[in-house]
Design a protein around this ligand. Structure first.
Ligand SMILES: Cc1cc2nc3c(=O)[nH]c(=O)nc-3n(C[C@H](O)[C@H](O)[C@H](O)COP(=O)(O)OP(=O)(O)OC[C@H]3O[C@@H](n4cnc5c(N)ncnc54)[C@H](O)[C@@H]3O)c2cc1C
Length: 551
């Protein structure tokens, strides 16, 4: 990616075929698709890329096991088609960025034999829907093997488990890889650039976006105009607000559901497999999934009115641990939580009063006839590419069919070139990093990890870990600031190297070194460096407090 200042200058002096608003999974996917079709495209995000829902997901590449039961009960072929399409997208998403994805077995413990039959039948349906896009057949595993694989499971009355395979991915890094791939295809991307209004022609059609560009550290935003022939609203949970900027008074189309996760030490539930809790007291499904040395547990599902300022609360922790502990031999106390996150699911309104947990995660592309704003609404991470394809097909129609057909189905993302599972060894040879850090680089950056290894070769000091004993190094901070448009401490720790997900305390420990490195790359004066550090620490301590933890 270009340095932010250069990207801003290019955007200010250009006009575009397509302006994509929102740099989460959906918008980044749309921007890449449009650019690869030969449409000159700009991508704008109000915050950091992936700072919305796209970095706080359960990190599953899935067809939607969660919705299978309601789909079968409702006997709705349209909903089965949603699962089927997502399963095909699952295969593409895994293939197009091998370094950021993997597969995992999910075990559903059964304490009654009728449950074994019920969940086995459900998983076989999932296999059947996947067809040739299936990852591995589901199967029953005995009580003894279940306990060997999940030794911390409550053994009392256990019959066995039904196992099925799904995909897992690094959501924040996948999002960054999409943006990098987009810019390398010739697109322009800018973070901290909020669309606050539009200019229209005499017929009411959108002609330019009014964008507030933030310069950081309390500096006031600067207003710029971004002219384009078509505008895509890919702002996820806040899409209704951008729809009404284009057409004031337009009725809302989204309902929002808050989902929260807690992150626990891996020792709380050892073993390499994921646990699926099929039914909570209010009929939901929970997952406990190994995630980069930790256990990710989620998610809640609570209808909300606004996507602003969502956090893991002490009540969320209480809910998640209460259900988890029914399956654990040794209960986990809330004080063991190391971090957590929450986000809003953008659910397409079904137009009736059904609860948010029973709404199908389908998507819709809407073209506003008055302004020609194209909004992509609903969907999920796994289907981001298909959503983008549908959206840019509509955009092409608006632009008199200009551009080539969609090519993203088999478009490998940046970092995939020449990647193999042992690529970490090449990084290690180049950088001299210990295995832990070399593996981390390969898994987060793919073959682009070599650029970080090169930074270390020219400055050995950059090999120092940000936190003693953990994988992320100082070099990644420099790379994130120079090549991935990381502006703030949070951009680095939450979305570029994942340390904030690993642990809030570890993120606080790393913050000072990150601030110093960002100050060096961005030329922050000492006072700004201090302000950024104080602000970040307050933010993290605030999150810990809301989650009920002592900072
Ligand atoms: C708890 C939870 C768990 C989930 N788990 C999974 C899962 O395991 N697998 C799966 O497939 N899906 C999952 N999902 C769904 C998936 O995460 C979302 O559907 C997806 O991330 C939405 O992406 P998006 O790009 O549409 O929205 P977002 O990621 O929210 O992106 C919207 C972007 O728009 C920007 N923006 C907003 N307003 C403006 C403006 N005015 N100008 C410019 N930019 C603006 C925001 O800053 C933001 O970056 C989960 C969702 C939740 C909440």
């Amino acid at each position: 990616m270009k340095p932010r200042g250069e990207a801003l200058r290019n955007i200010e002096h250009s006009s575009f075929d397509v302006c994509v608003i929102g740099g989460g999974a959906t918008g980044s996917g749309c921007a890449l698709d449009a650019q690869l079709r030969g449409l000159r495209t700009v991508l704008l995000d109000a915050g950091d890329f992936s700072s919305g829902t796209s970095s706080v997901s359960t990190k599953l590449v899935h067809g939607g096991v969660r919705y299978l039961e309601q789909t079968v009960r409702g006997l709705d072929p349209a909903e089965l088609a949603v699962v089927n399409r997502a399963l095909r997208e699952r295969a593409r998403m895994l293939r197009n960025a091998v370094f950021l994805t993997g597969t995992m077995e999910f075990l559903t413990p059964c304490y009654r034999w009728p449950d074994v039959a019920y969940y086995f039948a459900g998983m076989k349906l999932y296999d059947w829907l996947a067809g040739r896009a299936g990852l591995a057949p589901s199967h029953f595993i005995s009580r003894a093997i279940t306990l060997r694989r999940l030794p911390a499971l409550n053994p009392a009355g256990l019959a066995g488990a039904v196992a099925y395979t799904d995909g897992q991915f690094d959501d924040a890094r996948y999002n960054i890889a999409l943006v990098v791939s987009f810019t390398e295809a010739g697109g322009e991307a800018l973070n901290y650039a909020r669309v606050v209004g539009f200019e229209k022609d005499a017929g009411g059609k959108l002609r330019a976006a009014q964008v507030d560009v933030y310069g950081g550290a309390g500096a006031p935003p600067r207003r710029i105009l971004v002219p384009a022939r078509a505008f895509v609203n890919a702002t996820g949970p806040v899409a209704d607000s951008v729809r009404s900027l284009a057409s004031p008074g337009v009725p809302p189309r989204l309902r929002l559901s808050k989902g929260a996760h807690v992150v626990l030490p891996r020792e709380a539930f050892p073993g390499g497999d994921a646990l699926l809790i099929p039914k909570t007291e209010d009929g939901r499904m929970l997952f406990a999934i190994p995630w980069r040395g930790r256990l990710l547990v989620g998610t809640t599902d609570e209808e909300i009115d606004s996507a602003e300022d969502l956090h893991l609360t002490a009540a969320d922790t209480g809910y998640l641990l209460r259900h988890l502990n029914r399956y654990f031999a040794e209960p986990v106390a809330p004080s063991r939580v190391v971090s957590g996150m929450a986000g809003a699911r953008p659910l397409l309104s079904a137009g009736d009063a059904r609860s948010t947990k029973s709404l199908a995660r389908d998507h819709e592309v809407e073209q506003d006839r008055r302004s020609d704003l194209v909004s992509i609404l609903g969907g999920k991470w796994t289907t981001y590419r298909a959503m983008a394809e549908d959206t840019i097909n509509i955009v092409q129609g608006l632009l008199d069919k200009s551009g080539a057909p969609c090519v993203t189905r088999d478009h490998a993302l940046a970092g995939s070139e020449g990647y193999t599972r042992d690529f970490w060894q090449t990084i290690q040879r180049q950088s001299g990093l210990p295995e832990l850090s070399a593996r981390h680089l390969a898994e987060k950056f793919g073959t682009r990890g070599m650029a970080i290894a090169d930074l270390i070769r020219s400055d050995a000091e950059l090999a120092t870990p940000l936190v003693e004993g953990l994988a992320p190094t100082r070099a990644e901070v420099v790379y994130a600031a120079q090549c991935e448009m990381a502006v703030s401490i949070e951009d680095v720790l939450a979305r570029r190297n994942g340390l904030e997900v690993y642990g809030w305390r570890e993120a606080l420990d790393a913050a000072s070194a990150v601030a110093a490195l960002l100050a060096r790359v961005h030329g922050w004066p000492g006072e700004q460096r201090e302000q950024e550090l104080v602000r970040y620490r307050e933010k993290v301590r605030g999150r810990m407090k809301i989650a009920g933890l002592a900072a």
